[in-house]
Design a binder for this molecule. Structure first.
Ligand code: SF4
Ligand code: FES
Length: 265
């Protein structure tokens, strides 16, 4: 009996030559314990060095190896090849422009992250004060209890792999949608006991194309390799934005002195 093989149907696109992406097939020997990324690396190293794809850590940490495998967004360094049949289709992540072959353009995604102010915002007047909330220790570092950390920890586990954007039906129809990971990131800071920027982020969350554009398909949470549960974050952010708006009708805002100072220790 010969070595087991699989055929990979891989998207190819050269922006200097091609109008539209095409596919190319490669039949290669495979090992039983390979991940999908091992097969793509084998093709690049041993068969066709012209293929472009992204990867780095090979341990589900850097978030760079996301691709569509048989039509589903997957972290290829974490996805067992044995879960697939004799023909495996590998495409660039859906809902992102293709740069070349399996590589997509990330710039728009990074802008979305910046938009939610992903840092601890402190009010100028009490930054570093001895009576600050939460309290500081004698090294000038904010003290946060395990319970306060648990409030946001899950939403801080994101590795920016973008699988949730590739799975999201709203992103597919509305490219400007702020999207699951960016909303989860903003919500993470809203839940942080050191942060005082909730008014600013809730204003952003009430803008068009943000939390209220979500149709709660839940696909984002299903594909997330880190169990961030961005769908839950979006739902909680919706609720927070509404409560914040209702509160602002009855209580005056002290937001003038609270405009975006980067801080947090
Ligand atoms: S929320 Fe999950 S799927 Fe989305 S970018 Fe972060 S780790 Fe990836
Ligand atoms: S190579 Fe880093 S997450 Fe897959």
């Amino acid at each position: 009996m010969g070595e087991p093989t699989k055929t990979f149907v891989i998207t190819r696109f050269d922006p200097d030559k091609d109008e539209v992406p095409k596919t190319q097939e490669y039949e290669i020997p495979v090992e039983a314990d390979w991940k999908v990324l091992d097969a793509i690396n084998f093709i690049k190293d041993e068969v066709d060095p012209s293929i472009s794809h992204r990867w780095s850590c090979r341990m589900a940490v850097c978030g760079s190896c996301g691709m569509m495998v048989d039509g589903e967004p997957k972290l290829t360094c974490k996805t067992a090849l044995s879960d697939y049949g004799d023909r495996v289709t590998v495409e660039p992540l859906a809902n992102f422009p293709i740069v070349r072959d399996l590589v997509t353009e990330l710039e728009g995604f990074m802008e979305k992250f910046q938009r939610v102010k992903p840092w601890v915002i402190r009010a100028k007047e009490d930054a570093g004060a001895a009576d600050s909330k939460p309290p500081m220790n004698d090294k000038g570092t904010f003290v946060q209890s395990p319970a306060e950390l648990a409030e946001f920890k899950q939403f801080s586990m994101c590795i920016n792999c973008m699988l949730c954007y590739a799975a999201c039906p709203v992103v597919a129809n509305e490219a400007e949608f702020l999207g699951p990971a960016a909303i989860a990131l903003g919500h993470r800071y809203n839940l942080d006991s050191r942060d005082q920027g909730q008014d600013e982020r809730n204003e952003i969350f009430r803008d068009e194309g943000t939390v209220f554009s979500c149709s709660f398909a839940n696909e984002c949470s299903e594909v997330c390799p880190k169990n961030v549960d961005p769908a839950a974050a979006v739902n909680q952010a919706k609720f927070g934005a509404v409560i914040d708006w209702a509160t602002s009708l009855v209580l005056p805002r002290a937001s003038a002195g609270r405009r975006g100072e980067q801080g947090g220790k």
